[in-house]
Design a protein around this ligand. Structure first.
Ligand code: GZL
Ligand code: ZN
Length: 339
């Protein structure tokens, strides 16, 4: 892939004020020119449009990308945090096109609204790689997608609950559930809700009382849980579609004078399995947590490397994931994890 040079530098300097960080993982200043590195090739320029910094998971994913795409590895990274606004992502992508980056990486906050900008990138011949969340657009408009199987996460959580209730002798009991949903329309929310619902429908003694939008943040998770606790006095299970909403919900549960976790009034099932959530599980506040692996930087780096060599890459690439529950040796497992 030909590498861009002086136009980029001029345009980059113009964009310096547009809160777009450029340069290598250490965020080298814009004045660093992109002259040849030791190997004599120019640096491969990658523009990344990230959802935001709304959760521990997101911070870990951002770090994974920044530590993969360094100048030592032959890359010039331009990283833009959209503060959870789709219009900021589209603006950033337009800037990347203007700068003639070699690749655009998009983590789309929601699935819809991307056709036009993806077409613009395609028309300029810039490959777009989708990471983490998915777009609802013509697959011809992007090279590949790297991320989690969100529906599997949701199904696995429901199947864990069915097994757990069985061991607790509550397999036939009427079970009252509530759900805190992530950013509505995001593939993580769509997939987790859909996957869980498919198994929910197999248990006629499970009653989903309500689903509330917690937007994947701790504050909104707490607010939504407070509303649910006011509305329902018999909640047996909370399904929370990410750990940060779970942290907010636990505060709301405890403020309401109730308890949660393996020895509590309420079973809590969460998603992401970030470090702070494993701590909460060790403290007995969460029953099970379904991992969503944020360490996608290395797989993204390998994919771009392969594309640079002219190889074709798999259109859909799932990252490996597992789950944790209170029966496991969590301190040991936590020590091995990178996030
Ligand atoms: C999932 C990712 C979600 C996380 C949340 O891949 O898109 O967004 O589960 C994050 O923590 O906000
Ligand atoms: Zn009940």
């Amino acid at each position: 892939m030909k590498h861009r040079n002086s136009i980029v530098l001029m345009v980059s300097l113009l964009l310096a004020g547009m809160c777009i960080t450029a340069g290598n993982a250490a965020g080298a200043s814009l004045s660093d020119d992109r002259t040849d590195n030791d190997s004599g090739d120019g640096l491969v320029m990658v523009g990344v449009s990230q959802v935001g910094s709304e959760s521990d998971w997101r911070i870990a994913m951002t770090q994974s990308i920044k530590s993969a795409f360094t100048t030592d590895e032959g890359f010039y990274l331009i990283f833009q945090d959209a503060q959870q606004k789709q219009e900021n992502q589209i603006k950033a992508m337009r800037n990347f096109i203007l700068q003639e980056v070699d690749y655009i990486v998009l983590d789309p906050i929601v699935e819809t609204g991307w056709d036009a900008i993806l077409q613009e990138a395609k028309d300029t011949g810039i490959p777009v790689i989708i990471v983490d969340r998915m777009v609802d657009a013509d697959p011809q408009l992007y090279t590949c997608w790297i991320g989690s199987d969100f529906e599997k996460e949701g199904r696995d959580a429901a199947e864990w609950l069915a097994a757990y209730l069985g061991t607790e002798g509550r397999g036939e009991e009427e079970i009252h559930l509530v759900t805190l949903q992530g950013t509505l329309g995001s593939s993580a929310q769509i997939g987790r809700t859909k996957g869980f619902s498919e198994v929910l429908d197999e248990h006629e003694n499970w009653k989903m009382l309500a689903r509330e939008d917690g937007d994947f943040t701790q504050a909104k998770g707490q607010e939504a849980m407070e509303k649910l606790l006011e509305r329902y006095d018999d909640i047996d299970v909370l399904i929370s579609e990410n750990d940060n909403m779970t942290f907010g919900a636990i505060d709301a549960i405890q403020k309401a004078g109730k308890t949660c976790g393996p020895n509590g009034d309420m079973i809590v099932i969460s998603f992401d399995a970030v470090e702070a959530a494993l701590d909460a599980m060790i403290d007995g506040e969460i029953n099970a947590d379904f991992e969503c692996n944020p360490l996608q930087g290395p797989q993204l780096l390998e994919t771009i490397r392969n594309l640079e060599k002219g190889m074709t890459v798999d259109k859909i690439q799932h990252v490996d994931e597992t789950y944790f529950d209170a029966t496991m040796n969590l301190p040991e497992l936590k020590a091995e994890r990178k996030y």
